[in-house]
Design a protein around this ligand. Structure first.
Ligand SMILES: [Zn+2]
Length: 121
């Protein structure tokens, strides 16, 4: 997908791990998604074959609950797919608004039950 920003800059979306793209999950779907993921782990991961299928299912559940968002690196406009799949544009408040609102990585802890830590750029 390519978005031509209102400022004229082209926003690319042709690969993974883009610093100007995010996947947003509405809060109204957040806990329902967790509940469904819990169900998959509890009931659909008994065998190796089920675990492989569950991986695909869990990714589909997360993908289905999320919406894409992109930020223009030039002007900072934020483009978000709304619940109807329409692309909505949000304009930064001023010139000091971050142009990297969607970037960052997570360092996942190695021990079970530990939370990941977000690293902003
Ligand atoms: Zn722009």
């Amino acid at each position: 997908m390519k978005i031509i920003c209102a400022c004229g800059q082209l926003i690319h979306d042709g690969t993974d791990a883009l610093p100007h793209k995010a996947h947003l999950i509405p809060d109204q779907a957040w806990h329902g998604l967790f509940d469904r993921l819990d169900e998959v782990i509890a009931h659909e991961c008994q065998t190796i074959a089920q675990r492989e299928s569950a991986k695909t299912l869990m990714r589909a559940l997360i993908g289905g609950a999320s919406r894409n968002a992109w930020q223009c690196g030039g002007c900072g406009r934020l483009y978000v797919h709304d619940g109807a799949g329409q692309l909505q544009c949000y304009v930064p408040a001023d010139a000091l608004t971050s142009r990297a609102a969607l970037s960052g990585t997570v360092s996942w802890a190695t021990s079970a039950g530990s939370a990941g830590y977000l690293h902003a750029p």
